[in-house]
Ligand binder design. Structure first.
Ligand code: ASP
Ligand code: MG
Length: 345
């Protein structure tokens, strides 16, 4: 069956109700596929908190960033406390969490020194905000081991190689492919299930970078193309790509199938469920993409693939982005869509 790459979003990895679902999905797919690659986001809200901590550090507000780091620590430790883990595994996980947060506090500390004005601040910020995914990957890997799967947490610094655009880095596909061959494929061959941090990468010289907000989706698609995965599944807490924002439109419904062009347009114009840059690499290699609900795994969700049915001029979805609204029809190019925007306005 090949390789399945699955990404679990922030709302699915941080609660004691969602985590058993995540584990049971992984257990089930482990039986069906030759290899699994798991990509995880930070727990919901953790990246925001880390950005705030980095900001406070920059302002020299030690009390402020320490308070935030303490809250992040309490949240992770409380979660770990409630998970069904053997004491040994739980102890090791807590020590790992403390270790990561301790190192991160060190970076905050450096950033808060008056002399930091001479430092490359954005590099330090990426080192801080990459911590969220590093924490969640360790939690999920421990849970997998507890359930008889050889889960191993992997920081993507050694896999995703990027340029130096800190905060919104661009992957170097050739180098990333080499790293994946050298550092990831051997793990799969040993039947391990890597639980990989989304969102983060590093420069060729090893400085941590991040891929932009929501970038874990992009990580999943990069790993999928480098490993020639058969499919990519994005797990969220909604049923799939919706025809409209359900908070705005009562009868919004799940769209069963979309083409790569349609999904790229929808993400570009405000459908925040997927990262805009994730679609192009998948389209290039024709790798199907599914968006599914962790709480209703039996539902098909939305499937994006090359053979998505074609009904030209049928409106499939509406997105809104602050003052503009956009409806997407199949087979339209951006200029046609912009005509629709004008009409909606
Ligand atoms: N944790 C990062 C963010 O909140 C990346 C992601 O969730 O995909 O933007
Ligand atoms: Mg997301």
């Amino acid at each position: 069956m090949g390789i399945l790459t699955m990404k679990f979003g922030g709302s699915t990895v941080g609660t004691t109700t969602a985590l058993p679902q995540v584990v049971s999905i992984i257990l089930q797919e482990f039986e069906r596929w030759e290899h699994l690659i798991i990509v995880v986001s930070a727990l919901d809200g953790v990246t925001d908190a880390l950005i705030e901590a980095a900001h406070l550090a920059q302002l020299g507000n030690r009390r402020g960033y320490r308070r935030i780091v303490a809250t992040i620590r309490t949240r992770h430790l409380a979660l770990v406390e409630q998970l069904p883990l053997k004491e040994e595994e739980r102890g090791a996980l807590k020590a790992d969490i403390d270790h990561l947060l301790f190192d991160m506090l060190d970076v905050c500390q450096t950033l808060s020194e008056p002399s930091s004005v001479n430092l490359p601040v954005s590099e330090y910020i990426d080192a801080i905000i990459s911590t969220g995914e590093r924490l969640s990957a360790r939690v999920i890997a421990a849970l997998l081991r507890q359930n008889g799967i050889k889960g191993v947490a992997l920081d993507a610094f050694d896999l995703i190689i990027t340029d130096e655009v800190f905060g919104n880095a661009n992957p170097d596909f050739a180098r990333t492919r080499e790293q994946v061959q050298a550092n990831l494929m051997p793990l799969l061959e040993r039947n391990l299930v890597p639980v990989i941090t989304g969102f983060i990468g590093s420069t060729p010289s090893g400085k941590p970078t991040t891929l932009g907000r929501g970038g874990s989706d992009f990580t999943a698609s990069l790993l999928a193309i480098c490993t020639e995965s058969s499919e990519v599944w994005i797990w969220a807490d909604v049923d799939g790509m919706m025809s409209a924002d359900p908070r705005e439109i009562d009868n919004a419904h799940v769209i069963d199938e979309l083409s790569y062009t349609e999904v790229a347009e929808l993400t570009y114009f405000g459908a925040r469920i997927l990262h805009t840059r994730m679609v192009a690499p998948l389209r290039e290699q024709n790798i199907p993409l599914c968006v599914k609900n962790v709480f209703k795994p039996q539902r098909a969700g939305t499937r994006v693939h090359i053979n998505a049915p074609d009904f030209p001029s049928q409106i499939k979805a509406v997105t809104s982005s602050q003052s503009i609204g956009l409806s997407s029809t199949q087979n339209t190019d951006i200029s046609e869509l912009l005509t629709v925007v004008n009409y909606v306005m």
